[in-house]
Design a protein around this ligand. Structure first.
Ligand SMILES: *Cc1c(COP(=O)(O)O)cnc(C)c1O
Length: 219
C-alpha cells in the first residue's frame, strides 16, 4: 500500500503525512524504515510521548485541535501545526515560540465541512482573521497554507465541493495576503477515504492513517 500510495502522490506532486494516532511506536518505526519521515498526531500528549521514543529526524505534524495550554509542550519538536483554528491560538503559538526562541510553521484550519461540530476558522471570517494577524507579522510563526476536512459522507460530489472550496480559498488568501510569500503554498486535505478526490482538487499534502496502519480501535 505504501509504495502504491507514494506513486499516486508523485503524480500530483503531493506529500504524505502518515497519521499514526493511537498506533504503537513499533508501527511508526516499521514505516520509518521504509523511508517515511512525516508523521501526524492529533493529541499533544501522544505526540510528545512518541517523539521521545523515536528517531530525531522524524518530522512531526500536529493535526488535531490544539489547546492553548498545550502549545508549549509540543513546540520544540513539531515541524508543522496544521490546526491553527483561532486568532487566540495563533497568538499563543507566537507568544510561546518567541519565549523559547523557536521558529515554527503552521497552517490555518478552515471549516469547509457542511456538517456541524468541526473545528476551523469560518470561511466568512478569514479575511478579518488575516487582517488581525497581519497587522503584527510574526516571524516566529510562519503561515504556510491551509488545512481542511471534508464532511464524513458518502456523497462524493459534496466532498469534492468542500475540497474545491478550500482550494479556492487558498488562492484568494494567497493573492490578498501572501502574494509575495513563497512559503504560503500548502493545501493539507485528504484522508484515507477521500484523498483521491483531494488530490484531484489540488491537495499538496494528504493526511493518511487507517489506509497505512489499519483501522483504529477507540477505547
Ligand atoms: C485521524 C485523522 C486523519 C487520518 O484519518 P484516516 O481516515 O485514518 O486516514 C487525518 N486528519 C486528521 C485531522 C485526523 O484527525
Amino acid at each position: 500500500m505504501y509504495n502504491d500510495l507514494l506513486e499516486q502522490l508523485k503524480d500530483h506532486d503531493a506529500k504524505l503525512v502518515a497519521v499514526s494516532k493511537t498506533k504503537p511506536v513499533g508501527d511508526i518505526l516499521a514505516l520509518y524504515e521504509k523511508g517515511q519521515r512525516d508523521f501526524g498526531e492529533n493529541r499533544a500528549s501522544e505526540l510528545a510521548e512518541k517523539q521521545q521514543q523515536l528517531p530525531r529526524d522524524i518530522r512531526w505534524h500536529m493535526i488535531g485541535h490544539l489547546q492553548r495550554n498545550k502549545v508549549s509542550t509540543i513546540l520544540e519538536f513539531t515541524h508543522l501545526i496544521h490546526s491553527i483554528d483561532s486568532a487566540r491560538l495563533y497568538k499563543e503559538i507566537v507568544k510561546q515560540a518567541r519565549k523559547s526562541n523557536i521558529k515554527i510553521d503552521g497552517l490555518l484550519q478552515i471549516k469547509i465541512a457542511e456538517e456541524e461540530s468541526k473545528y476551523g476558522i469560518d470561511p466568512n471570517g478569514i479575511n478579518e482573521f488575516l487582517t488581525e494577524i497581519n497587522q503584527k507579522p510574526a516571524k516566529d510563526l510562519r503561515i504556510c497554507g491551509v488545512m481542511g476536512m471534508a464532511s464524513f459522507v458518502e456523497d462524493e460530489q459534496q466532498i469534492r465541493r468542500e475540497f474545491r472550496q478550500l482550494a479556492t480559498l487558498f488562492a484568494e488568501i494567497k493573492s490578498r495576503h501572501f502574494a509575495e510569500d513563497s512559503h504560503f503554498r500548502e493545501i493539507s486535505m485528504g484522508m484515507s477515504g477521500d484523498y483521491k478526490i483531494a488530490l484531484e482538487e489540488g491537495s499538496t499534502m494528504v493526511r493518511i492513517g487507517s489506509l497505512l496502519f489499519g483501522a483504529r480501535e477507540y477505547i
